[in-house]
Structures are given as structure tokens and as C-alpha cells.
Design a protein around this ligand. Structure first.
Ligand SMILES: NC(=O)c1ccc[n+]([C@@H]2O[C@H](COP(=O)([O-])OP(=O)(O)OC[C@H]3O[C@@H](n4cnc5c(N)ncnc54)[C@H](O)[C@@H]3O)[C@@H](O)[C@H]2O)c1
Ligand SMILES: O=CCCC(=O)O
Length: 502
């Protein structure tokens, strides 16, 4: 199928102002002391060179966000609601360009990218409406003549750090509640995929201007310098850090942020079990794997990492999944016939290979994939970060893939016998982000849902993410909830006011 794969981010856009390589500090787009390249993972071409800032720039950005907070926190909830709806509208009206940028810097297919842009906009729309539902309480007092009232106030300046796998949605899932609550923000965009953050800020600035709000309510500070980011979670003016990324980095930030008692939200790594019981609808279970295991080529925190299949249904499930995987096509995300794009970098491809090799060396069978895909041009094979989605059977709990998040397109199948075996294997991990299972028995559904140690459970579905559903893990997968009616409170503090003498 004929398609064109852009070679520069600027050329790819129909609305050119969305292309920005600078940071946004103190209400203006500014260049940094250095730049870093942004690579297209399908070709390894450099598609932009983005400003890289130092710790002093983070310090300035934090001061500016603090100054803007004084005005922004006094806006009414209804004004914030209208402003956020306008921002969501602008995202939707530029969805095609945003999806193009997303595919170019992340690699996922244009169809997936368009889905992510709408998913990202849905958080802004959702929190526009949550802004005006920020209710308090009236609590009877035990002291005669007194009554307690609670109000919710913005926590203050928030630091936002997000990963490359969802460069639009992971930013909007944090921006929406922060602005709805009346906070101002300093964003450190993901270094592999910073262009979507800049484009979002172009649209945000348009909404800000139309509503007469301070430009400084948002600061965007890209950097390749890890030391510089430390300023964001050590500076006492920052009252909250919202981080999405790996568990080791999340733990390190939480430790340091504790010195100034910042509020934290940590959306970290996972090792999701995906259980198929004997009484499952096999077609639905395979559909679920396609939606969940292979989303963003397996680079999603809620991706199934371990497929546990009960003995009686095992062979039928494996055969059905294999047939569906044979229809996959790997290549450029701009090719409409492609189902799966490249991985983010070479290290990601190596990790998938490492998990396959380890499993095979311990007795697992590689039934499909795991190699460089056929049908790509020599240049794509040479430069792009491609791997065929892989299917392993005979996987056991001693293998690396049982403990370690692959974060790639590898479906490892473990066979089990009883419901209790499945629950034990599923929970045998320090992670607790998502878990999935398929069964048609109501008692199993209730029993297993309650016993799985995960913040989110999908029953008879592989799709659990949505603006209205509380998103977040337990155990070492993090703390806090994003989206949903609970997400706003993460950016607020509750103040109790006792009025006496009444
Ligand atoms: N739970 C969730 O909602 C969720 C969502 C997406 C990704 N993830 C997890 O993220 C991981 C993959 O993303 P990644 O490889 O980009 O993670 P990462 O932790 O390396 O990076 C995440 C972000 O933190 C920044 N960062 C890296 N080191 C830092 C440091 N020392 N100090 C401050 N910031 C630092 C990065 O530049 C990036 O912006 C996976 O484990 C995945 O499960 C979790
Ligand atoms: O990668 C993690 C976030 C993806 C999602 O919101 O479903």
C-alpha cells in the first residue's frame, strides 16, 4: 500500500505552529544551552533537535509557576471548566497533526496514535467536569455552637514527569486534574518523545490567551540532563510530584521528595497476569490479548506480561492466538496496512530477545516471531527498532519473563491446573498494577476479582483504561489514582474550618 513516511517533524505537520523545539519558561518559548536529538524509531532519523535545560532553568520555571499560582488559584471552578473544555476542543481539532507527531516520535501506528489523542483529550474533558464537582462537607461538631466545614484547595505548584509510551495521554491525565484543581505545573517532557508535549502547549497557550489566564500556569522544561530534573523534586516550592515511569526511578523520586514532604502520585511498572480459565470464551480472550498484550507493541504499563492458561483450554487458546498473530504486520506506523510499529529503541528490542532466549534455554518453545520481521526494506531493518511479536509456550515461573516486565511484544504462556494455582502465580510478584482474567462463572469472577493483588482488574476484557475509571497500582506499582472521580483529589488539600460561636 502506498504511503509516505515523513523525514522531519516540521514537514509532517499541516499546522506548522505545532512544531516547537524550544522550552516554554516564564511565558515564552526559549532555546536552551544545549539541544538533544529526537529520533524516529522506525528509521533512526533525527526528526527534531530539542532544547535541553539545566537545573537553573527548572528553578526559574518553578518561580514563574509559583507567581502564576497566586492568580490562577483564585479563578472559579466554572471558569476552569470552560477553559479545559476549550483546551480539549483544540486537541480534538488538531488530532490529525498530533497523531502524526506521535507516530513519528513514538513509532505506534497512526490508528493507535489517533486513539491515544482522543484518549488524551478525554482526560481534559473529564476533569473540566470534575472541576465543578469539587465538593466539601459539613460535619457536625462535638463542641456546642461549632460546625466543621471542609473545603478543597489546590496543592500548589506541581511537577509532572511522564514517559515516552503515551506522549499525549500521560501528560493530559496529569494536566487535566492539576488545572481543574487550580494548580500550576512544570512539565519535564519525556526525552524520547518531547514534541507532543510542546504541541499540546501550543494549543494550551491558545486556550489560556482566549480566557485571559496567566501564560505561566504551565512551564515546559525539556532536558537530557538527569541531574537537572532533581531540582523539580527537591525545590521546596513544588508541592506535588506526579510521576509515571519505571519503579526504580519512582522510588528514588519518592525518597527525595520526602525531604520536603511533597505529595506524590506514582504510576509505575507492572507485571500483569492475564488468566484464561477453562470456562472462558476463547475468542473473547484472544481479542483481549490483542487489545492488551500488543497495544503500543507491548510497551504499555498495563500490558499483559504473563498469560496463564488452564490445562483443558490451553491448546485451543494457543492455536487461536497463533492464528491471529500470523495476521500481524510489522513496519512503519505510517503504513495503513501495518498493525505494529517499531519499539522505542534498540535496548527495548534486546530486552524482548533476552526474555525469549532465557525462556528457550530453560525449556520454553518459541512458537512464533521473535526475529527481525520479513518484508522490511534493508534500511528499515538496519536502522529501525523492529521485532516480530512473539509467542512462547511452556513458560515456567523460574524464567526471567515471570518476574521482569518485558515491555515488548512477547506473549509467554504458562499452563496451570486449578483456580488457586492461578491466583498464587498471578500474585507472586512485587508489582500490582493490572490483572485480567476470563471466566463465565459468576462465583469465579467474584472470588478471583477480590483475590488478585492489583489496582485494576479486567474481567472478560483486555480494555480497562478510560477517563472515568480509577487508574493506578498497588504494591510496588505505585501510589495514587489518575482519572476518575478520585483523580482530582490528588492535586488538592483538604482544609477543615471549624466555625464556633454559632
Ligand atoms: N503505571 C503507569 O501508569 C505507567 C504508565 C506508563 C509507563 N509506566 C512504566 O514506565 C516504564 C517505561 O517508561 P520509561 O522507560 O520512560 O521509564 P523511566 O522511569 O526511565 O522514565 C520515565 C520518565 O522519568 C524521567 N527520568 C528518568 N530517570 C530519571 C531520574 N533519575 N530522575 C527524574 N526523572 C527521570 C524520564 O526522562 C521520563 O520522562 C515501564 O516500567 C512502565 O511500566 C507506568
Ligand atoms: O502505559 C500506561 C498507560 C496506558 C493506559 O493509560 O492505559
Amino acid at each position: 500500500m502506498a504511503f509516505s513516511h515523513p523525514t522531519s517533524a516540521y514537514d509532517a505537520l499541516s499546522h506548522k505552529p505545532l512544531f516547537r523545539e524550544q522550552g516554554f519558561i516564564g511565558g515564552a518559548w526559549i532555546s536552551g544551552p544545549e539541544t538533544f536529538p529526537v529520533h524516529d524509531p522506525a528509521t533512526n532519523n533525527v526528526v527534531a533537535n530539542v532544547a535541553s535545560f539545566d537545573a537553573a532553568a527548572f528553578g526559574r520555571a518553578i518561580e514563574c509557576a509559583q507567581a502564576a499560582l497566586q492568580q490562577y488559584k483564585e479563578t472559579s471552578e466554572h471558569q476552569r471548566c470552560k477553559f479545559l473544555h476549550r483546551f480539549a476542543g483544540l486537541i480534538r481539532s488538531h488530532a490529525s497533526d498530533l497523531a502524526t507527531l506521535l507516530t513519528l516520535e513514538n513509532g505506534k501506528t497512526l490508528t493507535e496514535a489517533a486513539g491515544e489523542v482522543e484518549y488524551g483529550a478525554s482526560f481534559i474533558s473529564w476533569f473540566a467536569e470534575e472541576a465543578i464537582r469539587s465538593y466539601g462537607d459539613i460535619i457536625p461538631s462535638q463542641h456546642a455552637g461549632s460546625t466543621n466545614f471542609t473545603i478543597r484547595q489546590p496543592v500548589g505548584v506541581c511537577g509532572i514527569i511522564a514517559p515516552w509510551n503515551f506522549p499525549v495521554a500521560m501528560i493530559t491525565r496529569k494536566l487535566g486534574p492539576a488545572f481543574a484543581a487550580g494548580c500550576t505545573v512544570v512539565i519535564k517532557p519525556p526525552s524520547e518523545t518531547p514534541l507532543c508535549t510542546m504541541a499540546l502547549n501550543v494549543l494550551l497557550q491558545q486556550a489560556i490567551e482566549e480566557f485571559g489566564l496567566p501564560r505561566d500556569i504551565v512551564q515546559v522544561v525539556p532536558t537530557r540532563n538527569r541531574e537537572a530534573i532533581t531540582e523539580l523534586y527537591t525545590n521546596p516550592t513544588v508541592k506535588k510530584i506526579s510521576f509515571t515511569g519505571s519503579t526504580p526511578v519512582g522510588k528514588a523520586i519518592t525518597r527525595t521528595a520526602a525531604d520536603t514532604m511533597k505529595k506524590v502520585s506514582m504510576e509505575l511498572g507492572g507485571n500483569a497476569p492475564y488468566i484464561i480459565f477453562n470456562d472462558a470464551d476463547v475468542k473473547a480472550a484472544v481479542d483481549g490479548v490483542l487489545a492488551c498484550k500488543f497495544r503500543c507493541s507491548g510497551q504499555t504499563c498495563v500490558c499483559a506480561n504473563r498469560l496463564l492458561v488452564q490445562a483443558e483450554i490451553h491448546d485451543q487458546f494457543v492455536q487461536s492466538l497463533l492464528e491471529r498473530m500470523k495476521t500481524f504486520k510489522v513496519g512503519s506506523g505510517f503504513d495503513p496496512s501495518v498493525t505494529h510499529g517499531p519499539l522505542v529503541n534498540k535496548a527495548a528490542v534486546s530486552k524482548v530477545r533476552e526474555h525469549i532466549d532465557d525462556a528457550v534455554s530453560r525449556g520454553a518453545k518459541l512458537l512464533f516471531g521473535g526475529h527481525a520481521p520479513t518484508g522490511l526494506s534493508p534500511r528499515e531493518l538496519d536502522c529501525g527498532f523492529f521485532i516480530e511479536p512473539a509467542l512462547l509456550t511452556g513458560v515456567t515461573t523460574e524464567m526471567k519473563v515471570a518476574r521482569d516486565e518485558t515491555f515488548g511484544p512477547l506473549a509467554p504462556i504458562f499452563k496451570f491446573d486449578t483456580v488457586e494455582d492461578a491466583i498464587r502465580i498471578a500474585n507472586d510478584t512485587e508489582f500490582g498494577l493490572a490483572a485480567y482474567f476470563f471466566s463465565s462463572d459468576m462465583r469465579t469472577i467474584w472470588h478471583v476479582s477480590r483475590r488478585l493483588e492489583a489496582g485494576m482488574v479486567g474481567v472478560n476484557t483486555g480494555k480497562i483504561s478510560a477517563a472515568e475509571a480509577p487508574f493506578g497500582g498497588i504494591k510496588e506499582s505505585g501510589v495514587g489514582k489518575e482519572g476518575s472521580k478520585y483523580g482530582l483529589a490528588e492535586y488538592q488539600v483538604i482544609k477543615n474550618i471549624t466555625i464556633g460561636g454559632m
